[in-house]
Design a protein around this ligand. Structure first.
Ligand SMILES: Nc1nc2c(ncn2[C@@H]2O[C@H](COP(=O)(O)OP(=O)(O)OP(=O)(O)O)[C@@H](O)[C@H]2O)c(=O)[nH]1
Ligand SMILES: [Mg+2]
Length: 269
């Protein structure tokens, strides 16, 4: 567990440096199909004009049934370790990961929640009111019931947060345990569920590390881009200009990108 909340400090490790926009796992269930940072975001980063974004933490909440591998996924990413033994998470825990995205420091606070029913209310009390968080709903690729339960986990998580400002990911864990047709079928069902949730889908393995770094890089880049755009919008709205006539115009307000889904607005909360 990191002791400091501040994203300032020594340079981030090389594998936390994100220079180009990380790609999706499958185009069939992805939040954005574009391959580059938004033009306004790139320009702001080049000018180091990203406001307070580099000083803030974005919250990522990982939810899902017990034993699906939430802690293992986070530990593989944050500590590069994997433990075969199961130790249930009690209540909630978090890790802070520092990145450098397009030259700007950026941090994710990754909340690891307990899958056991009896700890549910403790966890939700902690991540309640998180600003613009990312919600990761995890399930075990070898256990279809855990996929079915993700819908409920998402609804519970969204109840604690503003649905409009959430990025939602659906993550199938333990990819190393499946191959061939069984893997294809599990992924097809997951993609279907992801589309219903307006989520981006990823298959990962904490055991082998497959897709773990790529997944969190994608999470970080999407959350970062949204933070910068929101910051630019906020600052631009303070620069209202009165034109020649009686028009009041917003200067330089970043347009909504055509090829991007806005963070989801599931009608469940
Ligand atoms: N083979 C394999 N096993 C995994 C993988 N990820 C997790 N496991 C195992 O699955 C079990 C549960 O993993 P955890 O990460 O503790 O599960 P959790 O979702 O955090 O569980 P709770 O904290 O109770 O909600 C452990 O025995 C892990 O070793 C994986 O990618 N591959
Ligand atoms: Mg756990």
């Amino acid at each position: 567990m990191r002791s400091s909340l501040t994203p300032l400090g020594p340079p981030v490790s090389r594998d936390r440096v994100i220079a180009s926009f990380p790609k999706w796992y499958t185009p069939e269930a992805c939040l954005q199909l574009k391959e580059h940072f938004h033009g306004h975001v790139s320009a702001a980063c080049q000018r180091r004009n990203t406001g307070t974004v580099g000083l803030r933490l974005s919250k990522v909440v990982v939810v899902g049934d017990l034993y699906v591998g939430k802690t293992s996924l986070i530990y593989r990413f944050c500590k590069n370790v994997f433990d075969r033994d199961y130790k249930a998470t009690i209540g909630v825990d978090f890790e802070i990961e520092r990145f450098e995205i397009a030259g700007i420091p950026y941090s994710l606070q990754i909340w690891d929640t307990a899958g056991q029913e009896k700890f549910k209310c403790i966890a939700s009390a902690y991540y309640r009111g998180a600003q613009g968080p990312v919600i990761i709903t995890a399930f075990d690729l070898t256990d279809v019931q855990t996929l079915e339960h993700t819908r409920q986990w998402l609804q519970d998580a969204l109840r604690e947060n503003e649905a409009n400002s959430c990025f939602i990911f659906l993550v199938g864990t333990k990819k190393d345990l499946l191959s061939g047709a069984a893997c294809e079928q599990a992924e097809a069902e997951a993609v279907h569920m992801a589309n219903q949730m307006q989520a981006e889908y990823w298959s990962v393995s904490a055991k082998t590390g497959e897709n773990v770094k790529a997944f969190f890089s994608r999470v970080a880049a999407l959350a970062f881009e949204q933070s910068v755009l929101q910051d630019l919008e906020r600052r631009n709205s303070a620069q209202l200009q009165v034109g020649d006539g009686d028009l009041i115009r917003m200067e330089g307000s970043p347009p909504k990108s055509q090829d991007s889904k806005q963070p989801s607005s599931l009608g469940c909360c």
